[in-house]
Ligand binder design. Structure first.
Ligand code: OSB
Ligand code: MG
Length: 363
């Protein structure tokens, strides 16, 4: 196949409620929808999910667009490839910009699956998909008022979410988690620090957290620090999960070699696309590391990619893959991801299984 034309358009979706992490508060979701067109005129779509500020990782929405314009789109257009698993390699001379690469690479997978008249999940699996709905969890931002936090969690549990992740930071950690544990003794509860802790001086805190029967603690330390995570994992019963640290298969190997974690939050945009994600998944599963799917507050296209990938991967642990209405009043695709009895349906069309609405670009 050969991509002859690439276009993108940016847009924004307001969050229903601001989302607060250890980095700050986010009020809108910025995204770009990338289209790739082959010689026959068939089009694949992908989503750019880089954040506006360089706090989660270095890449930002603006630097992604710069990389797309200057290096990534030129690396893709006019090149022959047989299968989308080759596309990530076409970008090899450009370092970083994994989220920009993922937007293009996932669009090529959508295009390929459409050409095959198959769902992306079935193309990935090489077999029909039997489970048509997947169990999902929810990621909850910092809510300072703890009564409101408990009420919020209760509404998500009513909707059927089967796992809750709470964002924590120094000064907002033990107490909210204790309150939730007390209110929901059997809840699958975990915490995500987004690198907010400095070092093992916080040992007392981690020792207390270790007694709360948390499913895991995600990314307590700095983004490239494998050693401290390994030291902490050695001292805790609670599973350490890495997010920001794991950008590549090499990172996954480093984490396993050092014992830095026993779980990984895998995000397709953070590792550069579907092919690197499935390689990391295969390696980590073979190492008996628990892998689950993370999220970037995706709009409808990115969310559909996550659903297809989850259907293929058969994750045993519910990911941060919520319904669209967990974040947005309106979305940009049909069908929207909706939760029914705690599960999201896998859209059944070809490719990523959803179509773009005509009125997607509101900004
Ligand atoms: O750390 O997992 C994270 C969103 C953006 C960037 C980083 C993270 C997150 C989330 C939300 O936790 C996950 C989601 O619901 O999409
Ligand atoms: Mg995280």
């Amino acid at each position: 196949m050969k991509i002859v034309k690439v276009q993108y358009q940016t847009g924004e979706l307001p969050f229903l409620e601001p989302f607060q992490t250890s980095y700050g508060v986010t009020k809108t979701k910025s995204f770009a929808i990338v289209t790739v067109e082959d010689e026959s005129g068939l089009v694949g779509i992908g989503e750019l999910d880089a954040l506006v500020t360089p706090d989660y990782i270095e890449e930002t929405f603006q630097t992604s667009l710069l990389a797309l314009d200057n290096w990534l789109i030129p690396s893709l257009v006019g090149q022959e490839w047989e299968h989308p698993k080759e596309v990530f390699e076409l970008f090899a001379t450009t370092q970083g910009f994994l989220m920009a690469k993922s937007a293009l690479e996932t669009a090529c997978w959508d295009l390929f699956a459409k050409k095959e008249q198959s769902s992306l999940a079935a193309v990935l699996k090489g077999a029909p998909i039997l489970d048509e709905a997947i169990e999902v969890g929810v990621s909850i931002g910092i809510i300072l008022d703890l009564d409101s936090l408990v009420r919020k969690v209760a509404t998500y549990l009513d909707q059927g979410y089967s796992r809750v992740k709470l964002k924590i930071k120094p000064g907002y950690d033990l107490e909210p988690l204790r309150v939730l544990r007390q209110a929901f003794p059997r809840l699958i509860l975990m915490a995500d620090a987004n690198s907010a802790y400095e070092n093992l001086d916080d040992w007392d805190l981690f020792d207390q957290l270790d007694r709360l029967n948390l499913a895991m603690i995600e990314q307590p330390f700095a983004k490239h620090d494998f050693v401290r995570h390994a030291q902490l994992q050695q001292q805790l019963n609670t599973v350490i999960c890495l997010d920001e640290n794991i950008r590549s298969l090499d990172d996954a190997k480093t984490a396993m070699a050092l014992g830095s974690c026993r779980a990984v939050n895998l995000k397709i945009p953070r590792v550069g696309g579907i092919q690197p994600a499935r390689e990391i998944l295969a390696y980590l599963q073979q190492q008996d590391c628990l892998v689950w799917l993370g999220g970037m507050y995706e709009a409808g296209v990115g969310r559909a990619v996550n659903l297809q990938f989850s259907a293929f991967a058969n994750f045993t642990y519910p990911g941060d893959l919520s319904a669209s209405d967990r974040y947005f009043a309106e979305d940009i695709v049909t069908p929207k991801a909706e939760i029914h009895r705690g599960k999201l349906a896998i859209p059944q069309g070809v490719g990523i299984g959803v179509t773009l609405d005509s009125n997607i670009y509101k900004s």
